[in-house]
Design a protein around this ligand. Structure first.
Ligand code: HEC
Ligand code: HEC
Ligand code: HEC
Ligand code: HEC
Length: 467
C-alpha cells in the first residue's frame, strides 16, 4: 500500500519535472503492473518505456520500447530495458529462463530484444540512449557488442551511489544512486560522426602537436645561427671578423642538427597528411559530468515540497494503521530474539546510562519529530532488530526496541539473559561489532562522513564500564 502511495507520488513528480522519458525498473513495478498502467495512462509526457517487459498471456508489450525525441537539430533515440522484476513477482519462477510474474508479467532476455531494437532506433537517432535496469556485467557486454548505443544510464539496481560516466568502447556508462540525493548534469558535445573516441583521430592530434614542436625547434636553431653570423658582421663598412675555430664547430654542428630535424619534419608531415586523408574530417564527441549534492544550496521548490509532504503523510497514515493491527499480536513480542535495552539495564548500568545520552538512543524520536516513524523507508535503521521480511513489524515495536539499541551492535540478547538465569554463565554476545554491522545503516548515502575507527573510539568510551 505504501508502495502505491510512493509510485503515485513519483509519477506526479516526473510529470511536474517535465521528464521526456522514464525507463521502467523493478522499483516502479513494486505495486504491480496494473497499477503502473493505471497511473501512467493519461500522463504523457513522460513516456514510460520498456522493451523487455511482456505480458505472458497476451504475448504483447504493455509499454513502448523506445521513442525518438526531437531536440533542436538533433534526434535523440531513447530505449529502455527493465532488467529485473520486483522480488515478489519472481517468487513463482518456473525456470531460470522464463520467470513468470504473478500477474502474467515476464521479462525477455536482453540478447533477444536488443538487436532488433538497435536496428530500429539507431538509423533514426543521432544519439542513442539506453535506460537500463540491468546489472553492470550486462551493461558492459552491451557496450562491447553494440557500439551504436552511445550512452547507458543505469538506475534501479542496488547502486548505492552515483557512478561517474566512463567510456567502454563507443559507449559511455553512468549510473544514478537510489536515494535521489544528488543532481547529475551531463554536458555532451556530439557530432555527426557519432563517436566518443577515434584511434586515428587521436594519433593525428598527437602527430600534429609533435610537428608543431619540431618546427619550433627548427626555427629557434635558425635564429641562433643568424645571431652567430650577426656577431661576426657588426655592420657598417667593417669587413666581417674571421671565424674562430670554436665558432666554426658550433656552426657546423647546429647546421647538421637542423638537417636532421628537417628530415624528421618531412617524415611527420607525410604521416599527418596520410592520417588527414583517413580521419581529418572526423570529430569525436566529448562529455563533462557533475553531480551536485541536493543540499541547502539548492532552492526548494514549493510545488515539489507540497507533493513530498502529501506522500509522506499518506505513507505515515498507512503505516500507522498497519502498526495498530500488528500491536495486538502479543505472541510476537514474547518470541522475538530481541528484548530491548531495558532488559540489559539492570546488569550493565554504566553502559545503559551512557547510551541513553547518545544519538543512537534518540534515533526513533528523530523520526517522530519529522512524522516519519511509520514510514517503512526510514524505520529499519532507526530501531533495534532486523525485520526485512516483515516491515510492518518494525513499525509496531514497543518502546524498548525503538531507537538504535544495545542489541543492534551486540546481537539479540534473549539467549544471553536467559542463559545467565539457568547456568550462571552468560551466553556470549558479540563484544566488538565489526564494520559491516555499522555499515548496514551508516551507508554512503545516509552517513557519507562515517569513519568506522573514529566512531568506534567514541563508542568504546560510551560502553566502557566505570571502574
Ligand atoms: C542478569 C544480568 C545480565 C543481563 C540482564 C545482561 N547481561 Fe550482558 N553480561 C552479563 C555478565 C555477568 C557479563 C559478563 C560475562 C562474562 O564475562 O562471562 C555480560 C557480558 C556482556 C557483554 C560482553 C561480552 C563479552 O564477550 O565480553 C555484552 C556486550 C553484553 N553483556 C551485552 C548485554 C546486552 C546487550 C544485554 C541486554 C540484551 C545484556 N548484556 C543483558 C550480565 C547480564
Ligand atoms: C540500525 C542502524 C544503525 C547501526 C547498525 C549503527 N548505527 Fe550509528 N547511527 C544510526 C542512526 C540512525 C544515527 C543517528 C540517530 C539520530 O541522530 O537520531 C546514528 C548515529 C551514530 C553516531 C553519532 C553518535 C552521536 O551521539 O553523536 C555514531 C558515532 C555512530 N552512529 C556510530 C556507529 C557505529 C560505530 C556503529 C557500528 C558499531 C553504528 N553506529 C551502527 C544508526 C545505526
Ligand atoms: C540505511 C539506513 C537508514 C535509513 C533507511 C534512514 N536513515 Fe536516517 N540516519 C541513518 C544514519 C546512519 C544516520 C546518522 C547519520 C550521521 O550522523 O552520519 C541517520 C540520521 C538521520 C537523521 C538525523 C541527522 C540529520 O541528517 O538531521 C534524520 C532526521 C534521519 N536520519 C531521518 C531519516 C528519514 C526521514 C528516513 C526515511 C526517509 C531515514 N532517516 C532513513 C540511517 C538511515
Ligand atoms: C552502536 C554500537 C553499540 C551500541 C548501540 C551499544 N554498544 Fe556496547 N559496545 C560497543 C563497543 C564498540 C564496545 C567496545 C568493544 C571493545 O571493547 O572492543 C562495547 C562494549 C560493551 C560492553 C563490554 C564492556 C567491557 O569492556 O566489559 C558491554 C557490557 C556493553 N557494550 C553493553 C551495552 C549495552 C547494555 C548497550 C545498550 C544500553 C550497548 N552496549 C549499546 C558498541 C555498542
Amino acid at each position: 500500500m505504501q508502495d502505491q502511495a510512493v509510485a503515485r507520488g513519483l509519477v506526479a513528480a516526473y510529470h511536474a519535472m517535465e521528464f521526456d522519458a522514464v525507463g521502467i525498473n523493478a522499483l516502479d513495478l513494486a505495486a504491480g503492473l496494473d497499477f503502473l498502467l493505471e497511473i501512467t495512462a493519461d500522463r504523457q509526457p513522460p513516456v514510460w518505456l520498456s522493451a523487455d517487459l511482456i505480458h505472458q498471456e497476451l504475448d504483447e508489450a504493455p509499454f513502448p520500447s523506445g521513442i525518438i525525441l526531437d531536440k533542436g537539430d538533433s534526434k535523440i533515440g531513447v530505449i529502455a530495458l527493465t532488467g529485473s522484476l520486483p522480488p515478489a513477482m519472481m517468487e513463482d519462477e518456473v525456470g531460470p529462463s522464463a520467470p513468470t510474474g504473478t500477474s502474467g508479467l515476464a521479462l525477455l532476455p536482453w540478447r533477444q530484444v536488443l538487436p532488433e531494437l538497435v536496428a530500429r532506433f539507431s538509423p533514426e537517432s543521432d544519439l542513442l540512449v539506453l535506460l537500463s535496469g540491468l546489472e553492470a556485467a550486462d551493461n558492459e557486454a552491451i557496450a562491447a557488442e553494440f557500439p551504436e548505443v552511445h550512452l547507458i544510464i543505469v538506475a534501479g539496481r542496488n547502486t548505492e551511489a552515483n557512478l561517474h560516466p566512463r567510456r567502454h568502447n563507443n559507449t559511455v556508462i553512468t549510473a544514478v544512486g537510489r536515494q535521489g540525493k544528488r543532481v547529475g548534469l551531463m554536458e555532451i558535445t556530439w557530432t555527426r560522426d557519432r563517436i566518443w573516441f577515434d584511434q586515428e583521430l587521436a594519433q593525428l592530434e598527437e602527430k600534429r602537436q609533435e610537428l608543431d614542436r619540431l618546427n619550433w625547434q627548427w626555427r629557434s636553431l635558425q635564429r641562433s645561427l643568424q645571431w652567430v653570423e650577426e656577431e661576426r658582421s657588426p655592420g657598417g663598412s667593417e669587413p666581417p671578423a674571421a671565424e674562430t675555430e670554436s665558432q666554426k664547430i658550433y656552426r657546423q654542428r647546429m647546421a647538421a642538427y637542423q638537417d636532421e630535424l628537417q628530415q624528421e619534419i618531412e617524415a611527420l608531415q607525410k604521416a599527418v597528411a596520410e592520417l588527414e586523408q583517413v580521419a581529418g574530417r572526423r570529430q569525436a564527441g566529448s562529455f563533462n559530468n557533475l553531480f551536485f549534492n541536493l543540499d541547502h544550496n539548492f532552492p526548494e521548490d514549493a510545488e515539489m515540497l507540497q507533493m513530498v509532504a502529501t506522500i509522506n503523510q499518506e505513507i505515515n497514515e498507512i503505516g500507522r494503521g498497519q502498526a495498530a493491527v500488528r500491536r495486538q499480536n502479543q505472541e510476537e513480542r514474547e518470541t522475538s530474539p530481541y528484548l530491548g535495552w531495558t532488559a540489559c539495564a539492570q546488569c550493565h548500568q554504566p553502559q545503559t546510562a551512557n547510551w541513553q545520552q547518545s544519538r543512537h538512543a534518540q534515533a526513533y524520536e528523530t523520526l517522530e519529530q519529522r512524522q516519519r516513524q511509520y514510514d517503512p523507508a526510514c524505520i529499519s535503521c532507526h530501531v533495534t532488530g532486523t525485520y526485512e521480511d516483515d516491515e510492518s513489524l518494525a513499525l509496531s515495536l514497543p518502546a524498548p526496541l525503538r531507537g538504535v539499541g544495545c542489541e543492534v551492535c551486540h546481537g539479540p540478547g534473549r539467549q544471553h539473559v536467559a542463559g545467565r538465569d539457568q547456568a550462571g554463565a552468560a551466553t556470549a554476545l558479540t563484544r566488538r561489532p565489526p564494520a559491516e554491522t555499522c555499515r548496514r545503516c551508516h551507508t554512503v548515502d545516509q552517513s557519507p562522513d562515517f569513519n568506522y575507527l573514529e566512531a568506534m573510539n567514541y563508542l568504546e568510551e560510551l560502553c566502557r564500564p566505570t571502574p
